[in-house]
Design a protein around this ligand. Sequence first.
Ligand code: ZN
Ligand code: ZN
Length: 444
Amino acid sequence: MSARLRILLPFLLLTAIVLPAAAWAAPTIVNAAADPALVKPGDTVKFSCTITDTENLVARVTGTIREVSYMSAPFTRGEGGVWSFALPVPNGAPAGTYHIDLRLLAADGKIVKPAAGPESIEVKIAGEEAQVEAAPAAPDPAPDLLALEVKGDAGTFMLYSPYRRYSGWYKGQLHCHTVNSDGKCTPAQLEAKYRAIGCDWIAITDHETVTADPRAEGGQDVGAFITALEHGTPEGHANLIGVKAKIGGNCQQAINQTVAQGGLFMLNHPDWVACYDLREMERLSGYQLIEIMNGGCLGDGQQDGTRAWDFILGKGKRVWGVATDDFHGGPDAEVGKGLVVVNAPELTAEAIFASLKNGNFYATQGPQMALSLDDGVLSVTSPGNVSIFFRGPHGLAYQVDEREPGADPARYVFKGDEGYVRVEVYNKETGKRAWSQPIFVEKK
Ligand SMILES: [Zn+2]
Ligand SMILES: [Zn+2]
């Protein structure tokens, strides 16, 4: 026996005693399979697995289709620890390899981590594989901004601001689902709910389907309706705002098609399920919007996409931040956790769309904000007891001002080397936030 082994032996023995005892309690998954493993659209496939669970920790098992991440289904418990569910493969489902990710849950809803066994089941859909070609990069968005020359102490510089002063401010929703995908309201019910909280316009974003304007079928008048859909790409989910027909493909292909249809491409919930890799967000080009706050993520304690937003702004992309509900609920569920307030000359879908494209709006969980930019000074007010943050690259706060109701506006004097400055309002009474779009700063 070598000297090293002699030293190690007590540890090895200890490990051998301790490990099986620790592993004994956690369940293991065996015989995870799809039957048949190769299917065609119209077939029914049965997914099953056997879970050895001596402690009876597992109360539920769900399967989420990784490639269609909003689709998940409960498994049914059978004899001898066998769990299964049957899925009819939808007609038109694209060919390819799919994975059903297994999730074991305890009675209290907590995830039970299996000690061993596969955590997903693979199934292949036969047919011609959709061609995923490398798509050419679309030009980055070139919004129409106000160009203002400022003579500062350290020289002359330019400000590029999305904020024009139109007469109307119109509140609306950019992310919500109906029974046409995985939501629980009809389009007309959804429209009535947003009307009831004072929204002037909505875009309904069902998964992979364009929902028609419910006003045509007697829905309540929300003022303006923008057609849209949510598309699941291998890179992440995206809302395609203003498109009239279904769009597919990977993220860059979908951006290119959206831009060609005159739509706006929005990266959804960058910090949540089906999230984007920062490197992908840098590589992709031509998208105009990013979700910095999503009401669905809020339920999971994740709400802040500003880290990803500051990252891409730092890469020189002129992308606007939006707050949304990602609403899936029924007629009694609450809406309005995240909204955008658009400045536009009139309440029409075209005018709202143009201001969304050019960044003339702010995102909010409730707080209002008023901005004005004069001679290199940005003035901001928001009702209530608020903190007003002026943030630059990496989200760094250049200045923070506390304001009480009726106080003078918070003022920020541009220096000329910031890169960009955006405003964040935090209401100390409600704990809610609002976010302006960035004002870009360039040396002349
Ligand atoms: Zn999504
Ligand atoms: Zn969604």
